[in-house]
Structure formats: C-alpha cells, structure tokens
Design a protein around this ligand. Structure first.
Ligand code: GDD
Ligand code: MN
Length: 378
C-alpha cells in the first residue's frame, strides 16, 4: 500500500531478503531509433522474465522524435523511463546520465538497434550473482561470440581499436570496445568523476577509471546486424578515440585536443604550400604569393579548428569575426615564438631539423594554449 510507514516497509524488505533478487536497470542510449525502440523494449522485457527491472531510454532529442514514442510506451509500461536531453550529443555521456538516473543494483547498457543480443541479459545477470562479479562484458571475441557479417574494413578497424585499448587496460577483457555490459552501480558511482564521457568507448572508460580492482566476467554473443536505421559512428568519433588514447597514455600530458590542433596545423601547412605553388605557376612574385598563402592557411586552420577541434565550443554568427582576428594575432605571436625558440635551439644543437622542430612545437603549444584560453574558452 502507498501510505505504509517506511519503517514497516524496510522490515518487509528484510524479510524478503532471503530470496532477494537485485533490481536491474537497463540503460538504452538512442539517437534516431524510432523504428527499433518499441520492439526492443518488448524483446528486453520478454528476455528478462522474472528479474525485477526498469529500462531507461536516453535520447538526445532525436530528429525522428524517438523520445516521443518512448514517452508513449512509458505510459503503458511504468517500468520504462525516458530521458530527453536537449543540446547534448554523445553515446558515452548518455549512458552515464542514464546510469546516474537509474535505481537498480545492477546496471546494463545496450544498444537500441538489436545488434546486442537481449537474450544474454539473463545469463549476464546470473553471472553477476553467481560469480559475485563487478562487471560482466558481452563479448564478440571469446567463446561462441562473433561479429556476424561485417565487411573486412569494419572488422579491421574494430580489431585495431581493440588492440589500442589493450595498451591502456591490458588483458582485462576480450572485448573492451563492447557497448554491451552489466555492472554494479557502485562501480559507476566510484568512477563517475574520472570518466571522460566522450565518444563511444564507455566501457573502456569505466574499466580504466574505476578506482577499485574489478572482478570482470564475460558472456559471449554474436553481434547481429542493425535492424532499422543506420549507424551513427563517424570518422570523427574514431579520430577522437585515437586522441583520447594518446591523452591517457601520456597521463594527460598530451591533451587529445592538442594532437588534433597540431594535425590541423600540419594540414594547414599543406594548404600553405599548395597555394604558394599554385600562385607560382601563375607567375606571382614570391612575397605576395607567400602572404596570400599565409592568409589562406590561417583561414583554413581557424575554420577547421572551429568545426573539429573545438566542435563542442563552436563559434557561430558574429562571434566568428573577432575570433578569426584574434586567431590571426595569436598565430603571429606563435610564429615569433617559433622563430625565437628555434634561434635559441640552433646554438645548442646546431641541428637544423631539431631546432626547427623545437620551434614548431613551442609555436604550436603557444597557439593551442592561447586559442583554447582566449578564443574557444569553455
Ligand atoms: N543518446 C545517444 N546520443 N545515443 C546515441 C548517440 C548519441 O549521440 N550515438 C549513438 N547512439 C545510440 C544509437 O542510437 C544506438 O542505440 C547505440 O547508441 C549504438 O549506436 P550505433 O550508431 O548503432 O553504433 P555502432 O553499431 O556503430 O557501434 C556499436 O558497436 C561498437 C563496437 O563495434 C556500439 O555498441 C559501440 O558502443 C561499440 O563500440
Ligand atoms: Mn549499431
């Protein structure tokens, strides 16, 4: 009954403790999954049987209005909840938000597109209890697991990412890139402050951030094909992953954003040389050609950094103009710093390439620091 005093409720709970079943929260991140979500909720419900559960759909304001359908479903099924996030995007952060809003003793994370086998939820749950595990990973790379009919490129990319993450966490699981797993809520709560919450690799994030040693078990499954809609993984997500690995491996010394910023700078150099030689072929004199090339390279760098490196703090509308002016100013000072340092270094090493590299690094670090602080401030 609703108005029963809490004290008697807890007595009742204690009495039931003998055959206590931990409550399971299934967190399902969605972006444009309108064609999948209803069937998935049903499939998960059927698969869970007598396990006490709730489901939390975390939708990032999908253009196809997945959240609307989820709210409608939740009307009929009160154990289903939907969080609609506005102005935010990202698989990892959606998972974290869903987990923090959940109530369960165990939290499972799975995709909405039927690629993860909902029938494995029960064995995962049972393994959590029987083995007193902290984390059970659904793996495609052990036992009877598999990736279905992936093409060769996707297979190789996944393989590469798996290998990279091994550098970070060692051999703790056969499938560190898995988006399908179950864990104790304490694990989330203990590591939540250290999670980067960026990109797709939420499991890797949790394993590498958890402050306590984790007892990890695995359950194998075959990765199915997406039922409806299309994958949202992008080149950008993959590049970000690479930079985050570098950041973690250098213990934060080399920020991922700096690597991206430098890579854009290197591309800018190609633009510079391209323009220079293009103008040369039109018989433009060196000085005006070089000046034009510098201008184009700066424009290019500013634009690409705004779109990519600082995508999350993007300048829009009028803020673009002062940003661009400031960027040119910062780069000029950076160039001076570059020359100054190279000049100092050449007396130390007498190696042109070393001195040049030292100058370029300091120049890039200055540009990055100043741009991050003054233009794309958080
Ligand atoms: N809320 C939210 N926000 N959900 C998202 C976002 C986002 O920005 N991007 C993707 N999702 C949801 C999708 O709707 C889907 O339910 C799930 O996250 C996985 O997205 P997919 O786009 O289907 O990813 P995938 O199939 O390419 O990648 C899967 O396999 C990878 C390993 O191969 C995921 O499980 C990854 O986590 C996993 O690393
Ligand atoms: Mn998918």
């Amino acid at each position: 009954t609703v108005n029963q005093p809490i004290s008697s409720l807890s007595a009742e709970i204690n009495q039931k403790n003998k055959n206590f079943m931990p409550m399971l929260s299934v967190v399902i991140p969605t972006y444009n999954e309108k064609g999948n979500i209803a069937a998935l909720v049903e499939a998960v419900r059927d698969a869970l049987g007598d396990i006490p559960w709730e489901m939390i759909v975390v939708d990032d304001d999908s253009p196809d209005k997945t959240y609307e359908l989820a709210f409608q479903l939740a009307h009929k099924e009160p154990r289903l909840h939907c969080i609609r996030r506005v102005g935010r995007r990202g698989l990892s952060s959606a998972v974290v938000e869903g987990a923090l809003a959940s109530n369960g003793d165990f939290i499972a994370v799975m995709d909405a597109d039927f690629q993860h086998d909902e029938k494995m939820l029960k064995p995962m749950y049972e393994k959590m209890i029987a083995k007193k595990a902290d984390l059970v990973v659904g793996t495609r790379y052990a036992g009877d697991g598999g990736v279905g009919d992936w093409d060769e490129t996707r297979r190789q990319m996944s393989d590469f990412a798996t290998r990279l993450s091994r550098i970070l966490i060692g051999n703790k699981t056969s499938d560190p890139m898995s988006g399908f797993f179950m864990l104790r809520r304490e694990v989330v709560e203990a590591s939540v402050y250290d999670l980067s919450q960026q990109g797709y690799k939420i499991l890797l994030d949790i394993i590498s951030s958890a402050p306590m040693p984790l007892h990890i078990e695995e359950v194998s499954y075959v990765f199915r094909n997406r039922r409806e809609g299309e994958s949202k993984i992008s080149l950008q997500v993959m590049a970000e992953f690479l930079f985050q690995i570098i950041e973690k491996m250098s213990h934060g010394l080399i920020p991922g954003r700096f690597v991206l910023f430098s890579a854009v700078g290197a591309l800018g150099l190609c633009v510079h040389l391209g323009i220079l030689f293009l103008l040369k072929s039109y018989h433009v004199a060196f000085l005006p050609a070089q000046t034009a090339a510098i201008g184009c390279a700066m424009l290019f760098n500013f634009f690409v950094n705004n779109e990519l490196t600082y995508r999350d703090r993007k300048l829009k509308g009028w803020a673009f103009i002062p940003g661009l002016i400031l960027f040119c100013l910062i780069c000029s000072i950076g160039a001076l710093a570059n020359i100054g340092v190279a000049e100092l270094a050449i007396h130390q090493t007498s190696s042109w390439s070393l001195a040049g590299l030292a100058g370029a690094l300091i120049g890039a670090a200055f540009n990055f620091g100043a741009a991050s602080k003054l233009i794309w401030e958080r």
